[in-house]
Design a binder for this molecule. Structure first.
Ligand SMILES: Cc1cc2nc3c(=O)[nH]c(=O)nc-3n(C[C@H](O)[C@H](O)[C@H](O)COP(=O)(O)OP(=O)(O)OC[C@H]3O[C@@H](n4cnc5c(N)ncnc54)[C@H](O)[C@@H]3O)c2cc1C
Length: 383
């Protein structure tokens, strides 16, 4: 067993940490308050090489391993959940399906622009009537001559209506299978296509500086070649995409918990009550010890899941476990981190309340905690 990160991974961690502290930390609170997606920080993350991290260099990617990518997301989340979300969704949901299932022509057309962060791509699975039950998609794609005609809508889609969004992968019902069940396929739709509209969603509790969208398709026609991979493979593609996506949600849990813990530790050592720093009261020292312990355990679980993926071994169970555990660890850590700040913890100025809000998405997005438990229960053969 070797728990040591490579020199390249250590350098990457330091580079992303320095970048996040210098470029993102100073603007994170204001962007959150204004609910503003920043093109400037998105471009800067692109220049640093944070998009297309595991994509082959031939398509403009960085050709890194999964552990490295997850370290980068973790370091962004240590400072700000919204920026971590832009990168996690950009890599795991936008770029990955195109990279793994796209035709050579699709990869050459889209990946170079997406891997620089110049443009963003969305992953349209969730619908108003199909969330956890994502296979119950009502959006349809009907083949009419040489075109797919899309009708329906999607909701909560990350990176799909930012000023630099290029398009979206849409899972649709494309017909009936031999067994009578719906045939599901993924179709690529570019912005500017007639009949496609993407509207930014506002009023979010968390990730307020990340872009979230509602998508509408009304007699939206795209060329037949815009199908992603094989017809009828859409649901499998989406499930595989979510397996990997769960690792990046897990890294947002670990990174976000780390950020909130560091704020709490520093504050508890500075804040004096009853003549002593509050960290010296045993109940608070033990809270901080529990935070450090749980973060370390979540990180080990997450890195093991990523290591399995890098070794091309089955990692579905560990991905679900890491996502579930890390997101719930962050929930416990942010709650105690705010508690340790007392009344100040409730004020935006102290930043810890942003971590408290950002955490909540992690137990809901890319499969809720209940669905992760269902996935794990199935994979251990309990049901
Ligand atoms: C900010 C944000 C960004 C997102 N980005 C994307 C994106 O880029 N692409 C995309 O496709 N989607 C995205 N989503 C959607 C997200 O994945 C869904 O919200 C999530 O899967 C849950 O679906 P739902 O909201 O419809 O909740 P529901 O499925 O309606 O669930 C409601 C509750 O019922 C529970 N529940 C449901 N079924 C079961 C069951 N069988 N057993 C026990 N409990 C159950 C759930 O756990 C939950 O507690 C995003 C969501 C948000 C908020």
């Amino acid at each position: 067993m070797d728990f040591e990160l490579s020199m390249e991974q250590e350098i990457l961690r330091k580079t992303v940490r320095d970048f996040a502290e210098k470029e993102i930390a100073p603007v994170a609170r204001e962007l959150d308050e204004k609910e503003e997606f920043s093109l400037d920080t998105c471009r800067a993350m692109g220049e640093l090489g944070l998009f297309g991290m595991v994509v082959d260099e031939a398509y403009g990617g960085q050709g890194m391993d999964y552990v490295s990518y997850i370290i980068a997301v973790e370091e962004l989340a240590r400072v700000d959940g919204s920026h971590a979300a832009t990168i996690a969704a950009g890599n795991s949901l936008g770029i990955a399906p195109l990279y793994y299932y796209g035709s050579e022509a699709q990869k050459k057309k889209y990946l170079p622009k997406l891997c620089t962060g110049e443009r963003l791509w969305g992953f349209g699975l969730t619908e108003p009537g199909a969330g956890s039950d994502a296979g119950n998609s009502a959006t349809t794609a009907v083949l009419d001559g040489n075109e797919w005609v899309l009708s329906g809508s999607k909701i909560f889609i990350t990176n799909a209506s930012a000023p630099n969004s290029l398009g979206v992968t849409v899972m649709c019902k494309s017909g009936k299978r031999g067994d009578g069940r719906d045939e599901l396929s993924c179709v690529l739709v570019e912005h500017g296509t007639r009949g496609f509209e993407a509207r930014p969603m506002h009023g979010k509790l968390m990730w307020r500086a990340s872009n979230t969208s509602e998508l509408y398709f009304d007699d939206c026609r795209v060329p037949k070649d815009n199908i992603l991979g094989d017809r009828g493979k859409g649901f499998r593609q989406m499930l595989e995409t979510l397996d990997a996506g769960r690792l990046s949600i897990g890294s947002m849990g670990v990174g976000g918990a780390q950020g909130a813990y560091e704020l709490a530790l520093r504050y508890a050592k500075e804040r004096v009550q009853f003549g002593r720093p509050i960290s010296q009261f045993q109940i608070n020292a033990f809270k901080l010890a529990d935070m450090a312990l749980e973060i370390e355990a979540a990180r080990l679980l997450l890195y093991k899941a990523c290591w399995l993926r890098d070794k091309h071994q089955n990692y579905s169970k560990l991905a679900a476990m890491a996502k579930l555990y890390a997101s719930e660890v962050m929930g416990r850590v942010v709650s105690e981190a705010v508690q340790l700040h007392g009344g100040y913890g409730l004020m935006k100025e102290y930043n810890v309340e942003r971590f408290y809000r950002d955490q909540k998405l992690l137990t809901i997005g890319e499969g809720t905690s209940e669905i992760q438990r269902l996935v794990i229960a199935r994979l251990i053969g309990a049901i």
